[in-house]
Design a protein. Structure first.
Length: 189
């Protein structure tokens, strides 16, 4: 009923072969969508045969489309659609899906984390509206307890990211800026 008791590899295979259907509960749909994101991670894609990855991505696209057909406000399904689009290099679909995901869950930190991952990996493909959306998502993450450490780490590891996050942080209240600077100092060590 929920797919939650099966191992990740078993769900991956069921999605890849098309031998999975969406359950009725939100949790079962969420579990399948999270499995799609896991299976489309750069590591997972790198260790699988290209034809396996291609079938997996295609089936994830169909599953997210099924969810969105009945629940167009499902931000996670939009995020999966964005990830699919990034894998198949469909910039227009990726931009549209990222925009819809952010519009349906603008302050959900866990979804902002997913969107930022997709956006930052494909920053050159983002249109201006999605660059603005990415800045909003970065703002959500930088004020959260779990997101700020990851953002501070990225600050040091990705030089072109510094300017983007500095712009976002400079618009925050002074206490948030000071908090971020403390995390930057810790990440530098």
């Amino acid at each position: 009923m929920t797919y939650g008791v099966q191992g990740g590899e078993r769900i991956y295979e069921r999605i890849r072969t098309g031998d999975i259907s969406l359950g009725y509960s939100y949790y079962s749909k969420k579990r399948v969508m999270v499995s799609c994101l896991d299976g489309m991670s750069p590591f997972s894609m790198a260790v699988r045969a290209p034809e396996q990855s291609e079938a997996f991505v295609k089936n994830c696209q169909a599953l997210s489309a099924d969810i969105l057909a009945s629940t167009p406000v499902d931000s996670l399904a939009w995020a999966v659609t964005a990830r699919v689009a990034s894998v198949v290099k469909d910039a227009a679909l990726m931009n549209s899906a990222l925009m819809n995901s952010q519009a349906t869950a603008p302050s959900a930190e866990w979804l902002a984390t997913i969107r930022v991952g997709i956006s930052e990996a494909n920053y050159g493909l983002l249109d201006q509206a999605n660059k603005d959306v990415n800045a909003k998502d970065l703002g959500v993450l930088v004020v959260s307890n779990s997101g700020v450490a990851a953002i501070a780490d990225r600050y040091w590891k990705v030089p072109e990211f510094k300017e983007r996050i500095t712009t976002v942080v400079s618009a925050l209240p002074d206490y948030e800026q000071a908090r971020f600077l403390a995390y930057i100092r810790r990440a530098a060590k």
